[in-house]
Ligand binder design. Structure first.
Ligand code: NAD
Length: 371
């Protein structure tokens, strides 16, 4: 089969991590008989420098014509003083909204090879893990095109006060919950809705909507947590979670917290989809590592490319229904970690394991070797 992929490398480490990700996709294509055609597009800081805006119309139009979008990361200090609507990060919001990808799936699991890179003690990890081993395997489903990131905002005339607005409709909440339920059905049948319903009206609507919808999913155990408690529970007992569904803002924060438990933000991939990914049906999707452009390590061959590489596996699985190919990429990543090869962000803190510290390029080449 032929698939067209919009490639948006972006800024900072974005291009550095997308290069190995593309090479891995090509290798998977060669191995399994698929052709991936790339359309390279500009967004973020690069687009601001060239076209004066973070998300040029031609980028958006071209991206919409492709079967899926693979994005590196955008942003950096160079563009930090620009007004909000011209900042590189606006490209992300524009892309997500225009592509209609309202659900962001962020798997966070502790790989056994990276046990030592997780800051939690064995007893904490074991106590809450149904498998009785030090580990956890959860999926955060973050609402992506609503809430406070898209709400009305502004400043008073004298600039001394400012506001942002959290607005959600029942429809927006219900559709992302349905994606959460579909994911939970294929996992451990547990779904936790995270909100702040003790304080926020928008959260009360989240809870009411979830309570009404949960009746349609009797096989899934639905639970509820306030976000402050959820942040604590992630540290105290991460193994209790299967699927977490939450708002744009809470999902943004909780998924970074979860990433720290897996060892590094450089390990976490994400898929943003528009309709439930079921039975290999093709969905328009935007795939990206959850990390940003990491200006502190950009250009140093120090970025971990595994989150970007694992994002390609999610693309194959959710957009193209290529489960074998997706699993092959994930298997190759696991095999490389078995060898002890590590970028510095996932190097063991205790210094006891046999490890070789490497850079972005060599890590990408190692994955290719094991594919
Ligand atoms: P960041 O994710 O870029 O970096 C946070 C920390 O994690 C840094 O210490 C960085 O070195 C490290 N890190 C991130 N990715 C890594 C990787 N692959 N390998 C090793 N270490 C890695 O977050 P930030 O510093 O808050 O933001 C930097 C810029 O990125 C800002 O302009 C921000 O707005 C932007 N940003 C973009 C996205 C995106 O494009 N999706 C997401 C978050 C932040």
């Amino acid at each position: 089969m032929n698939y067209s992929i919009a490639l948006i490398p972006g800024d900072g480490i974005g291009p550095e991590v997308l290069a190995p990700a593309r090479a891995v996709l090509d290798a998977a294509g060669t191995k399994y008989g698929h052709v991936f055609t790339y359309v390279e597009l500009e967004a973020g800081g690069r687009a601001i420098d060239r076209a004066g805006e973070p998300l040029p119309k031609e980028t958006l139009e071209a991206a919409k014509r492709c079967d899926a979008v693979l994005l590196g990361a955008v942003g950096g200090p160079k563009w930090e003083t620009l007004p909000g609507h011209l900042r590189p990060e606006r490209a992300l919001l524009g892309l997500r909204a225009s592509l209609g990808v309202f659900a962001n799936l962020r798997p966070a699991a502790l790989l056994p090879q990276l046990r030592a890179a997780c800051p939690l003690k064995d007893e904490v990890l074991i106590a809450s893990n149904p498998a009785g081993k030090p580990g956890f395997d959860l999926l955060i489903v973050r609402e992506l095109t609503g809430g406070i990131y898209f709400g009305e905002r502004g400043r008073s005339a004298d600039g001394s006060s400012a506001f942002d607005t959290e607005t959600y409709s029942r429809t927006e909440i219900e559709r992302v919950l349905r994606i959460g339920y579909a994911a939970a059905a294929g996992r451990r049948q547990k779904l936790c809705v995270v909100d702040k319903a003790n304080v926020l009206e928008s959260s009360r609507l989240w809870r009411e909507t979830a309570q009404a919808l949960s009746g349609e999913y009797p096989d899934i155990e639905t639970s509820y947590l306030y976000v402050d408690n959820a942040a604590m529970q992630l540290i105290r007992a991460p193994g209790q979670f299967d699927v977490i569904v939450t708002s744009n803002l809470f999902g943004d924060i909780l998924s970074d917290e979860a990433s720290a438990l897996t060892g590094s933000i450089g390990m976490l991939a994400s898929a943003s989809v528009g309709i439930p990914p079921e039975n290999g049906s093709a969905v328009m999707g935007l795939y990206e590592p959850i990390h940003g452009s990491a200006p502190d390590i950009a250009g140093k061959d120090a970025a971990n490319p595994l989150a970007a590489i694992l994002s390609t596996a999610l693309m194959l699985r959710y957009s193209f229904g290529l489960e074998t190919e997706a699993a092959a990429i994930e298997g190759a990543v696991s095999a490389v970690l078995d060898t002890g090869l590590r970028t510095s962000d996932i190097a063991v803190r205790s210094g006891t394991a046999a490890e070789t510290i490497t850079g972005t390029r060599e890590m990408g080449e190692a994955v290719l070797k094991y594919l």
